[in-house]
Write a protein that binds this ligand. Structure first.
Ligand code: PHE
Length: 448
C-alpha cells in the first residue's frame, strides 16, 4: 500500500478558510464573469443555466474531490502525485499534460486579463475606442499583457502563505462586495425585467446536444478542473481539514459568482435593448456602452473591470502555481527561478495570441482551422485538454487508486466520509467517465 507524502519543506495554507478562499479564487475568474455570460447568452439563457448547474453538481464536485484528495495524499505537484501513487506507470503523463495545459491556458488567459486591466482605465477616462481598435493596438495590449504576467509572478513568487493566500484573503471579499453593488444597479435599470426572465425562466424546448456540451465544458473550465490546479492547491491542504466540505464550498462559491455575473449582465443588456448572443466580445463590447449611458457609469464600469482583473489574477496565480510546483518539487529549482522561467515561456506562447486579435491577419484566421490563434488555444487547452484530463483523473481515481484506498485520506478531517463513499465511488467509476467521454466524442465529431 502506498503511504501519503510528507510535508517537509512545503508550504501549507494557514487555515481552512485560507484554502477555500485561494481555491475559490482559482476557480472564479474570467471563466465566470466573461465566459459564462457570453456562453449563456449564446445558448438561450435560463435552460443553459439549469444544465450548467447540473453539470457542476454531477461532474464538477466528484472530480474536484478526486483532485483535492490526490493532492493532499501525495503532497506533490501533478506529476509527482501520479508517480507516487502508481510508480513507474504512464499515469504521470496526466501530470505532464496538466503542467503543459496550465502554461498554455495562462498564455492566452493573460492576454484577455491584460485587456480587462486596460478597460479599467479606458472606462474610467471615458475613452470610447471600439473593442477591435483597442485589441489591435499592439503598443497598448502588449504592455498590459506583460504587466499582468509580472503581477502574477510577483504573487506566486511569494509562496503559499505570504503570496497566494494573503492576496486571496484581501481580494475575494472585495470581489463579492463589488458584484453585489453592481447587481443592485443593474436590476434597478428601466427594462431590466426582460433580462431577468431570459436568464431565470427556462425554456427547455431550445435545448440541443450543443447546449449540453457547452454546459459541460463551461463547468470544467470554471471549476479549474482537469489540469491539476485543484490537485496542486490540495497538496497544501492540512490533514485536519475536510476535503469534502472544502470542495463543496469552492464549487458553491464559484457557481454563485457565475450566477451573480449573469444577474449583473443580462438585466443591463436587456435594459439597453441589446442582443444576448454577441459572442466572446460581449463583456468588452457591450458593458462599456451600458456604463456610458448611466449616470456615474464610468465609475461603475471601472469598478467592474477592476473586479474582473482581480478575479483573473487569482486564477492566473493558480495556473502558474502548477508549473512552479512541478519545477520546485521534481527538478529542485528555487521557487524564484521556476516562476520567472515559466512566465517567460508563457509570454513567448502568448505573443501569437495577442497578435491574432487584429494585428497579424493570418493569425486572425488560421489557414485550415479558420479561427484565430487565441481561439484555437482556448479550444485545444481550455476545452479538449481539460476534458481529457478530467476523464483520466476520474478513471484513475475510480478504477486504479479506487475510492476504498483513498478512503483513509478522505476520512481525515471528514469522519463521516464512510456514508458518502459509495456515492463517490459510483460517480467516479461510471457517471463521470461516461459523461465526459460523450462530451469528447461530440467535440471530435464537431471538428471532423
Ligand atoms: N477557472 C478559471 C476561470 O474560471 C480558469 C482556470 C482554468 C484556472 C483552469 C485554472 C485552471 O477563470
Amino acid at each position: 500500500m502506498v503511504t501519503g507524502g510528507t510535508d517537509s519543506g512545503r508550504g501549507q495554507w494557514s487555515s481552512k478558510m485560507g484554502f477555500i478562499l485561494a481555491a475559490a479564487g482559482s476557480a472564479i475568474g474570467l471563466g465566470n464573469i466573461w465566459r459564462f455570460p457570453y456562453v449563456t447568452g449564446q445558448n438561450g439563457g435560463a435552460a443553459f443555466l439549469v444544465l450548467y448547474l447540473a453539470c457542476v453538481a454531477v461532474l464538477g464536485v466528484p472530480v474536484m474531490i478526486a483532485e483535492l484528495t490526490i493532492g493532499r495524499f501525495s503532497r506533490r505537484n501533478p506529476v509527482g502525485a501520479f508517480k507516487m501513487i502508481r510508480p513507474g506507470s504512464p499515469w504521470k503523463l496526466i501530470g505532464y499534460a496538466g503542467v503543459a495545459t496550465g502554461i498554455c491556458i495562462l498564455s492566452y488567459y493573460s492576454v484577455l486579463a491584460g485587456y480587462t486591466t486596460g478597460y479599467i482605465v479606458k472606462t474610467l477616462i471615458g475613452n470610447t475606442t471600439a473593442y477591435e481598435a483597442f485589441t489591435s493596438n499592439v503598443w497598448i495590449v502588449l504592455p498590459l499583457f506583460l504587466v499582468f504576467i509580472v503581477f502574477t509572478v510577483l504573487v506566486v513568487q511569494g509562496g503559499i502563505k505570504n503570496g497566494i493566500e494573503r492576496w486571496a484573503k484581501i481580494l475575494m471579499p472585495i470581489l463579492l462586495l463589488l458584484l453585489v453593488a453592481l447587481i443592485i444597479r443593474s436590476v434597478t435599470l428601466e427594462g431590466a425585467g426582460r433580462g431577468l426572465s431570459f436568464y431565470l425562466k427556462p425554456d427547455f424546448s431550445k435545448v440541443t446536444g450543443k447546449t449540453i456540451l457547452a454546459a459541460l465544458g463551461q463547468a470544467f473550465f470554471s471549476l479549474s478542473l482537469g489540469m491539476g490546479a485543484m490537485l496542486t492547491y490540495g497538496s497544501y491542504l492540512a490533514k485536519k481539514d475536510n476535503i469534502v466540505t472544502s470542495g463543496l464550498y469552492v464549487a458553491f462559491f464559484d457557481t454563485l459568482i457565475a450566477v451573480m455575473a449573469g444577474l449583473l449582465i443580462f438585466p443591463a443588456l436587456f435594459a439597453m435593448g441589446m442582443q444576448p448572443d454577441q459572442g466572446t466580445g460581449l463583456v468588452f463590447k457591450v458593458l462599456p456602452m451600458i456604463f456610458a449611458s448611466i449616470p456615474g457609469g464610468h465609475l461603475i464600469g471601472a469598478a467592474f473591470f477592476l473586479l474582473l482583473s482581480i478575479a483573473a489574477l487569482t486564477s492566473t496565480i493558480s495556473l502558474l502555481e502548477v508549473a512552479t510546483a512541478y519545477m520546485v518539487d521534481e527538478k529542485h529549482w528555487l521557487r524564484k527561478r521556476a516562476v520567472w522561467v515559466m512566465a517567460l515561456i508563457c509570454f513567448a506562447l502568448g505573443l501569437p495570441s495577442i497578435l491574432s486579435q487584429g494585428i497579424v491577419p493570418w493569425l486572425e484566421k488560421l489557414p485550415l482551422v479558420g479561427m484565430s490563434f487565441l481561439g484555437l488555444m482556448d479550444y485545444i487547452f481550455g476545452n479538449v485538454m481539460l476534458a481529457i484530463g478530467a476523464l483520466m483523473i476520474s478513471i484513475f481515481f475510480g478504477w486504479l487508486w479506487k475510492v476504498k484506498n483513498a478512503a483513509a485520506e478522505l476520512r481525515e478531517g471528514c469522519p463521516g466520509f464512510g456514508r458518502i463513499a459509495p456515492v463517490l465511488d459510483i460517480m467516479l467509476k461510471f457517471v463521470c467517465p461516461a459523461l465526459i467521454l460523450v462530451v469528447l466524442v461530440f467535440l471530435f465529431i464537431d471538428v471532423a
